[in-house]
Design a protein around this ligand. Structure first.
Ligand SMILES: [Zn+2]
Ligand SMILES: [Zn+2]
Length: 234
């Protein structure tokens, strides 16, 4: 699985705010996404391990709707088929029981027996990501309330669209204006970089992309759409 942001941000050591500020200033994409990606990745590594060894975890995740379709695919891309097979077997068994348990063939009954019987928003992975995101928003709110935090943020490429809005909405008017002004400059620069990339690509369409050009493209995607693995809470 390609957790590009994890590699870019690397380990955040302990609670050292100085290190966090330095890393935020140097991060090559949204630092918020990077930290969220690392938390999500660690969660998945632990989950993968537990599902392969703990019948209780398998039971927990095989109940209706406890892992959404997106995260089941994501898990499958990381886990070995042998490790994940017991979980899939339990989900299939639970699904079979659900189809059996509810009689009737009206539209309502059919819907109830399918995926819509899962209460929206109950995926355990989505819930973990939502909670982690809220916690990080609180952390960044504290960081950006400080002079040093804003100085580091000013040097950085800033957050993606989603996290710019999330953090700015938690700040007072003056600091929110600072964050939005920074975002305006950075997204304007990003647009110019992409236009230059596009013009060059058009003139050298047959040549391979240089690594710096690939970076512009992937950076733009993270800044505009967020971390591709961890910004889709249900
Ligand atoms: Zn982000
Ligand atoms: Zn999910």
């Amino acid at each position: 699985m390609d957790f590009a942001d994890r590699r870019q941000v690397g380990k955040v050591p302990g609670n050292s705010q100085k290190s966090t500020l330095e890393m935020m200033a140097k991060a090559s994409t949204c630092f918020f996404c990077g930290k969220l990606g690392r938390m999500g990745y660690d969660f998945f590594v632990d989950l993968q391990y537990d599902l392969a060894r703990s019948a209780e975890t398998v039971r927990k995740y095989s109940a209706a709707g406890r892992i959404c379709q997106y995260h089941l695919w994501q898990l499958a891309s990381m886990a070995s088929p042998l490790d994940l097979a017991p979980t899939l077997a339990a989900i299939a068994r639970e699904t079979a029981e659900r189809w059996q348990a509810r009689g009737g063939n009206s539209e309502k009954h059919i819907k109830q027996r399918g995926l819509s019987s899962s209460p929206k928003g109950c995926c355990l992975v989505c819930t973990f990501i939502q909670r982690s995101e809220t916690r990080l928003a609180r952390d960044f709110q504290k960081i950006l309330a400080t002079q040093n935090g804003r100085a580091a943020y000013e040097q950085s490429l800033g957050f993606c669209v989603r996290h710019t809005a999330l953090v700015a909405s938690r700040m007072d008017t003056k600091i929110a204006a600072f964050i939005l002004d920074h975002a305006r400059k950075r997204f304007s620069e990003l647009s110019q970089d992409l236009q230059a990339f596009s013009a060059k690509s058009a003139s050298q369409r047959r040549g391979p992309l240089e690594s710096v050009e690939k970076t512009i493209f992937s950076r733009a995607l993270v800044q505009l759409a967020g971390n591709r693995h961890f910004t889709n809470p249900c």
